[in-house]
Design a binder for this molecule. Sequence first.
Ligand SMILES: Cc1cc2nc3c(=O)[nH]c(=O)nc-3n(C[C@H](O)[C@H](O)[C@H](O)COP(=O)(O)OP(=O)(O)OC[C@H]3O[C@@H](n4cnc5c(N)ncnc54)[C@H](O)[C@@H]3O)c2cc1C
Length: 559
Amino acid sequence: MQTTRLVIVGGVAAGPKAAARARRCDPRAEITILEQGEFISFAGCGLPFFIAGQIAEARELMCTPVGVVRDEAFFRNVKNIRVLTRTRAVAIDRAAKTVTARRLDSGEEMVLPYDKLVLATGSRPVRLEVPGMDLPGVYTLRGIPDALAIRQALTDVPDVVVIGAGLVGLEVVDALLALRQTRELNVTLVEKLAHPLPTLLDPEMGALVAKFLKSAGVNFLPGREVRRLEGQGRVERVVTDQEEIPAQLVVVGVGVRPETELAQAAGLALGPTGAIAVNEYLQTSDPDIYAGGDCVENVHLVSGQKVYLPLGSTANRHGRVIGDNIAGGRDLFPGVVGTAILKVGTLNVGRTGLTVEEARRAGFDPVSVLCAGPDRAHYHPDSKPLVIKLVADRATRRLLGAQVLGPGAADKRLDVAATALTAGFTVDRLATVDLAYAPPYATALDILTHAANALRNKLDGRARGVSPREVRARLARGEDFVLLDVRTPKELEEARLDLPNVTWIPLGQLRSRAGELPRDKKVITFCKVSLRGYEAQLILDAEGFADVGFMEGGLAAWV
Ligand SMILES: Cc1cc2nc3c(=O)[nH]c(=O)nc-3n(C[C@H](O)[C@H](O)[C@H](O)COP(=O)(O)OP(=O)(O)OC[C@H]3O[C@@H](n4cnc5c(N)ncnc54)[C@H](O)[C@@H]3O)c2cc1C
């Protein structure tokens, strides 16, 4: 039997995963990985923790769980895979089925024949096209050399500016907040759009992230256009359309673009997002060439549309499927639901599925709900708050998306929601899932179940939730309505909304004192998380009030 020749371009996540899986499926295949960089198979997602000093040595990012470094020797000895680092694939001859590669140190060129070729060329950071981007002290964060340079530069600077409040930008802020526990550091985060994580979260959830950043001492500047970076010899300040910010170190995280040059030069098809187009077997337009990871686009399983969502989780899943298929298998990668999570300071924040805006653009009629509450029994010492936003389609009641944030265990709720989205659950089905419960882990009805039920109530017309954002908008428009606070006197002492519209009647007195409220005005009830707010709405409905709603998420979601 002839030996299969497998060539893989790209040696970080998707590439090595494909190679390792192919080896397990085909012990005889001849496998070569080409990587233009110095390092292979490293955890890019761990770079912020290295910058923060929470990981002492960069080599730890390249180790197996038992501490063995995944270098060329490891791949050769353990997996019988040849890895050529500092070697760039420069051309593909699809007719001859060869790849030309150049050794970057010697300039030597080699031609490698293949039976199956894998492109795992990843992505590269978007360059901010403003003057001063090349000044020393300005970085993007992609690989280990960037992280080493940033960590080194951070040792003696007082002012850091992060440009871009996306996933990488916020993870860098997380690293800076960790460093700030032991030294002084002024952290500014500049964002072009109105709120952090603008491509992951709806505005009201983004506003809660902004509120947290402010409370953590981050100077968050939304709605800013960076005009230029200035300095004599190295960066000294960032100039936006509104201010000048001192900065001896700048990290730019304004997104990534798929690395498609090699594929394009070989005549492979790109998809509508500009990334390499692949089918469900992760084959490109040439069936002998596979592609995965950050260089390809995916099908969104909720919208059915092609999306570019570059993530390490997806890259590893792609790698396994490709590894199977290049070794003679027929494994499928149906698509993604867009699950992403990150930590910034004490805040966990993530989303899965579609935001309201994305759902609308995809042709759904989205209905959403905000729900706040503890992540485990409120009396348990580890209990922490969470805010969940669920989105569903009005007609079919299908779950379309979930956004979760707070110091509590957001990951678990996101993962349940991601599973429900993948299975195509309605919110009714989600509400009946048999979730694990004991006081250290959840509440008897988990907050995700509460959120699903709240959304069901809203879809049924029983609960008339008004988002805090809408309450704000009504206030800004000067609308005449009553904001009815139904909390206890003790809660009122702890925090109150200082607004002229606010009337206070504790829930226990509402039935007897409902007559004090005007019947000709809209009433919006609220409490700490608005469970009692909803009950208050029901009481006033029963008392014959015509226009009552409750503020979703209560004070916990108020910004
Ligand atoms: C700071 C940071 C934090 C992140 N955190 C998370 C997270 O928490 N969760 C998550 O899911 N994702 C996270 N990501 C994203 C994740 O790291 C990427 O999605 C993942 O690395 C993609 O893997 P990949 O193999 O497709 O591509 P890449 O990691 O981009 O690797 C591709 C490799 O191919 C090489 N290459 C390209 N062209 C050629 C060529 N012609 N010849 C030879 N070699 C070539 C490149 O040099 C590169 O080393 C994070 C990324 C960063 C930067």
